[in-house]
Design a protein around this ligand. Sequence first.
Ligand code: SF4
Length: 292
Amino acid sequence: MAPCYLCPRRCGVDRESAVGFCGEGREMKIAKVMLHHFEEPCISGGEDGAGSGAVFFGGCSMKCVFCQNRDISRGGAGKTATPEELAKIMLDLKEQGAYNVNLVTPTHFADRITEALDIVKGKLNIPVVWNTSGYELPERIRALDGLVDIFLTDFKYSSPSLSAKYSAAPDYAKFAAPALAEMVKITGRPEYKGGMMTRGTIVRHLVLPGAYRDSIAVLETVADTVGAENVVLSLMAQYTPEFADEGFPELRRRITTFEYKKALARAEELGFDGYSQSVASASSRYTPDFER
Ligand code: SF4
């Protein structure tokens, strides 16, 4: 972190005294800790399950113009925590019955989190989930081997112009594809116990308004890169226009059933297993309905 090259932005700033693109300095910041019931059912256990032990980190190395969590990702929300404090939080979540520890947007604190994971090694005994935007350096993912059991990763875009326009990351797919290959190399094919995932990689993709062709290209890239049979796909329809920044009029609507069905049909042709959503889930915001 001094200089910081933790993510593909490779800002090179000294985070002891400055912040980089992610908006975060030296101290790890935690914005929220909760038992989360609305991740994919094999992570959360459904509405009536014990829930996923989610730890939301402040800041983000992406700048998505449609971000639903901007208070956390850009708003500076959160309290600082040491690796020792994070280790205690993880063990507390386990005591509360969490199925797993779910590290949400961890990339820009990867080294601090790694310290915490080293502390709880051998004591946690529940899966560790790395819940990421997918904009990762492959070598950083490789360093998580032996510490992380499940990757819950977005694959947001294929097109450089779209990723530049909506997330200020023209090189998104250039990094997301090899990073995904490293994730699958670490986890192998999905494994479950009692319906809950114990090991594996889930690829999330949110279909955006006017961009279903890019969704199809993403699905093809994922299938070509790691093989559809080696991941669980979560094809999301829950895009909500209320969060879109000014200046993007094309994002001020929900996706249509036509757009979602086009992407879903291609996912089925490619042989993916996983979750789809009803387009109506876009109205329920944080409580998407997943269908296996
Ligand atoms: S983690 Fe933050 S400071 Fe480091 S390279 Fe990424 S955006 Fe820049």
